[in-house]
Design a protein around this ligand. Structure first.
Ligand SMILES: Nc1ncnc2c1ncn2[C@@H]1O[C@H](COP(=O)(O)OP(=O)(O)O)[C@@H](O)[C@H]1O
Ligand SMILES: [Mg+2]
Length: 315
C-alpha cells in the first residue's frame, strides 16, 4: 500500500510511429508540488492526458488516489485539471462565468467553494468585470478559480504559465504557492526551468519521451552538497574562516571572490558565518542552478539515453 496521490508505472504511449512516452514511472506524494520539466515534445502533455483518462496508455498503469485510471474514472472528480486554455464567455463578468460553469455541471452554487477559490485566484474587484477586459494572466487566474470551486485534492496543470508575461508568471507562481500552503497536491508541467525551480518541491526531467532524472529540486541542483560563490570585503580572512567550518569541504579563490564547496551544509550557513563574523557580504549565489543541471542532464540524455531510473545526477 502507498499513500501516493499519483502513481505512474511503466507508462508507454505511442501515436502511430511516434513514441511520446517510454517506460515512465514516478509517484507524487500528498502535499508535493511536482514538476514535469522538459523541452517541447518531451512527452509531458501526453503523460498528463493519460493520467486524466483523456488518452489510453499503450502500456503501463496510472493510478490516482490508489485507483487505476480509466476514461471517466470516478476519482477524476477529485482532480482539478487545466490541460488546455480555459475558455470563458467574454461579455460576461468573471463571477457570472464561474457561476454559469458550475451550474452547468448540475451542481448548486452553495456547494461550491467560491470564497476559497476567489481568495486563491486573487482577482479582487476585477471578478465583477467583463472577461473581455481581462489580461491573459487574469484569464488564467479565473481558470484557477474555476478549478478550485470543487475543492480538488489534486491539481494537474499543463504549462500553467504558457503565453504569460513575467509579471503574470509571478502572479501564477504566487497563486501556486498559496495553494501549496493550504496543503494541495500539484502536478504541473513546464519547459521553463527557473519556474520549476521556484515553484516545485520535486521535479522529474523528461527528454525524448524518457525520464532523465528525478528528485527534489535541491537534489537536482546539488545545493545540499553543491558550491556557492561569495564576494566579501576581506577575502583572505574569509578564506581562513570558511576553511574551518565543518560544513565546508573546500574553499578556493575565483575572480574577485571565493568558491565554497559545501559538504552537507546549506548556503545560508556560509552567509550566517560570514555575517556573524562581521564581514560585509557583497554577493552570494549558487554556482550551479537547475538550469545548468537541466542542460547537463539533457546533454547526458542525448549521448547515453539512460533508461528510466538509471539516470544519476552529477553535480
Ligand atoms: N495526438 C497525437 N497524435 C500524434 N502525435 C502526438 C499526439 N500528441 C502528442 N504527439 C507527439 O508526441 C510527442 C510528445 O508530445 P507532448 O506530450 O505534447 O510533449 P510536451 O508536452 O512535452 O511538449 C511529440 O512528438 C508530439 O508530436
Ligand atoms: Mg505540452
Amino acid at each position: 500500500m502507498t499513500d501516493a496521490i499519483v502513481e505512474v508505472e511503466g507508462l508507454w504511449k505511442r501515436f502511430g510511429d511516434v513514441s511520446a512516452v517510454e517506460d515512465l514511472s514516478f509517484a507524487v506524494q500528498p502535499g508535493q508540488v511536482y514538476g514535469l520539466l522538459g523541452p517541447n515534445g518531451a512527452g509531458k502533455s501526453t503523460t498528463l492526458r493519460v493520467l486524466l483518462g483523456l488518452e489510453r496508455p499503450t502500456r503501463g498503469t496510472t493510478r490516482l488516489f490508489g485507483v487505476t485510471v480509466t476514461p471517466g474514472s470516478r476519482q477524476l472528480v477529485r482532480v482539478g485539471a487545466m490541460v488546455e486554455q480555459a475558455a470563458f464567455v467574454p461579455h460576461l463578468s468573471g463571477m457570472r462565468n464561474l457561476k454559469l460553469w458550475w451550474e452547468a455541471t448540475g451542481a448548486r452554487m452553495k456547494d461550491a467553494d467560491l470564497d476559497g477559490a476567489l481568495a486563491i485566484a486573487g482577482l479582487d474587484s476585477a471578478i465583477d468585470r467583463r472577461v473581455k477586459t481581462y489580461s491573459q494572466g487574469m484569464k488564467q487566474r479565473l481558470g484557477f478559480a474555476r478549478l478550485l470551486l470543487g475543492r480538488p485534492e489534486l491539481l494537474v496543470l499543463d504549462e500553467p504559465t504558457n503565453g504569460l508575461d513575467p509579471g503574470e508568471i509571478r502572479e501564477i507562481r504566487e497563486l501556486i504557492g498559496r495553494l501549496s500552503t493550504q496543503g494541495a497536491t500539484v502536478l504541473l508541467s513546464s519547459h521553463h526551468l527557473s519556474e520549476v525551480e521556484q515553484v516545485c518541491s520535486h521535479v522529474l526531467v523528461m527528454n525524448h519521451a524518457r525520464l532523465v532524472a528525478d528528485g527534489t529540486v535541491s537534489e537536482l541542483i546539488g545545493s545540499a552538497s553543491g558550491s556557492v560563490y561569495v564576494e566579501v570585503d576581506d577575502r583572505a580572512r574569509a578564506l581562513a574562516l570558511l576553511s574551518n567550518l565543518s560544513s565546508v569541504a573546500k574553499v578556493q579563490i575565483q575572480g574577485d571572490g571565493l568558491v565554497v564547496d559545501m559538504r552537507d551544509g546549506r548556503r545560508s550557513d556560509v552567509a550566517a558565518a560570514l555575517v556573524g563574523s562581521g564581514f560585509r557580504l557583497e554577493t552570494i549565489m549558487p554556482t550551479q542552478r537547475l538550469e545548468d543541471a537541466f542542460l547537463d542532464l539533457l546533454a547526458a540524455g542525448e549521448s547515453v539515453r539512460p533508461r528510466a531510473g538509471e539516470a544519476v545526477v552529477s553535480s
